[in-house]
Design a protein around this ligand. Structure first.
Ligand code: UDX
Length: 444
């Protein structure tokens, strides 16, 4: 099929590349000339495992092209994907400016039947607005607007795209449903479902999925907080409940809160949408509140441990800056908040991340930059520090094991926001180890 992808952000680039990889001819459009120039040269602006190889192959074989001119891509296309940014607006609702600007142009570019697909996470009812905007300039018979929410995870985006657990298609049109099903069939050969539903339900499905997952994590974070009070271990609770198939094993890992570009924004947006329709979605309100507190909960533990709220003269190592492993994305990353809180208390920082130092520097405050030394290997972040704070569970932090802290640090004190290490080993190694929802080790 001939596909146009409008917007080469995270979702657009991954979707465009994966559709090209499965044999379609894809033209990606972006208004950012510099970005398009680099993409034409084979330079990918994001770090995503597996993307580079299929990007290079599809580009070499002529199935993946880039342009700044929307009129070069849309008239040829059977399907036009809108993968545009929908950042949180001032009122907590997703900002649809980019989506609507493109929708306004589409009608005059369509001259044969075209499926216009919204892949961006958009408020319920956006499909109707996009449809009306296109219909201003072209006959309604010549297009359908479909909602096809994207569930891919950063760091596993290519894998998730190629082998989705489900594909959700929201449309009332049999013709559009048929075309979309044909497009996605190669991705669900293992038997996973393509679920066709009405458009509004598809739009809401995306928010419901993310709000449910954010709630699941937050629920476990609260259980962890209770564990700390009653002397229980959240790892045991996780195993004890995760084996119940109604609950499931995944997304039960307690830590210093969820971050990223999706959960925080989508939880806020579904709360807002509910409010607009006169419904007070109480549970997600609590999720937001608990998660914000959870992000800096480790700083409270540091204050308790050092019996001080002034950290002047102390240096802390930080392992991990991205909001999760395998990405350089630092949006809403707990490390941003933790660094800020530590510097506010007078601390100096020694920070390491395998991928996210550059993005972190761009996003953090001047105060943090002035008081942080960024180092390029994990050992260097242990030099002469008073304590190490682990903010992201990159695999390389799991090895060397706890035993190595005793070798590398004079008086090893570890605050682990991601529960990486085994408590018995930490005890044996003689390190001070404070994690989330588990008993503290070697603390008097
Ligand atoms: C998420 C959804 O998973 C994806 O389906 C959607 O399309 C976009 O949002 P992503 O933001 O890439 O994807 O990250 P994800 O792997 O889901 O993790 C989100 C956050 O939750 C991270 O900060 C992670 O550290 C945290 N998390 C996850 C936990 O704290 N505990 C867990 O058990 C799982």
């Amino acid at each position: 099929m001939n596909i146009a992808v409008i917007g080469t952000g995270y979702v657009g680039l991954v979707s465009g590349t994966c559709f090209a990889d499965s044999g379609n001819k894809v033209t990606c459009v972006d208004i950012d000339e510099e970005k398009v120039g680099k993409l034409k040269d084979g330079q990918i602006p994001i770090y995503e495992p597996g993307l580079e190889t299929i990007f290079a192959r599809s580009q070499r074989e002529g199935r993946l092209n880039f342009t700044t001119d929307i009129a070069e891509a849309v008239p040829e296309a059977d399907i036009v994907f809108l993968c545009l940014p929908t950042p949180p607006g001032g009122d907590g609702q997703a900002d649809l400016t980019a989506v609507m600007q493109v929708a306004d142009q589409l009608g005059s570019l369509i001259d044969e039947y075209t499926v216009v697909v919204n892949k961006s996470t958009v408020p319920v009812g956006t499909g109707d607005r996009v449809e009306a905007a296109i219909a201003d300039n072209v006959d309604e018979e010549l297009f359908d607007v479909v909602s096809n929410p994207e569930f891919l995870r950063e760091g596993a985006a290519v894998e998730d795209f190629k082998y989705p657990e489900r594909v959700v298609i929201g449309t009332g049109s049999d013709r559009a449903a048929e075309i979309m099903t044909t497009l996605y069939e190669p991705f669900v050969r293992s038997g996973n479902p393509i679920i066709v539903m009405d458009r509004r339900s598809a739009e809401l499905t995306k928010y419901a999925a993310n709000a449910m997952l954010a709630t699941k994590i937050t629920f476990m974070n609260e259980i962890a907080n209770i564990c700390e009070k009653v002397g229980a271990n959240v790892d045991n609770i996780r195993r004890g409940i995760g084996t119940d198939s109604r609950i499931g094993k995944r997304f039960l890992f307690a830590g210093i809160g969820y971050g990223g570009s999706c959960f925080p924004k989508d939880v806020q947006a579904i709360h807002h949408t509910a409010g607009q329709h006169g419904y007070d979605f109480k549970i997600v309100d609590s999720v937001m509140e608990v998660n914000n507190a959870q992000k800096v909960s480790i700083v409270k533990k540091m204050e308790e441990y050092f019996a001080a709220d002034d950290f002047s003269g102390k240096t802390f190592g930080i392992w991990g800056l991205s909001f999760k492993p395998e990405t350089d994305d630092i949006r809403e990353a707990p490390a941003l908040y933790i660094a800020e809180e530590l510097v506010k208390r007078g601390a100096q920082l020694l920070a390491y991340d395998p991928e996210a130092i550059g993005t972190f520097k761009q996003a953090t405050t001047q105060a943090v930059l002035d008081n942080t030394t960024f180092v390029h290997d994990q050992q260097a972040a242990l030099n002469d520090i008073d304590a190490l704070v682990i903010c992201t569970e990159w695999n390389e932090f799991r090895r060397p094991t706890v035993d190595n802290f005793a070798d590398e640090m004079k008086d090893p004190v570890i605050f682990d926001g991601r529960n990486l290490y085994d408590l018995k080993r930490a005890k044996k190694a003689g390190i001070t180890y404070i994690s989330v929802g588990r008993p503290s080790i070697n603390v008097n």
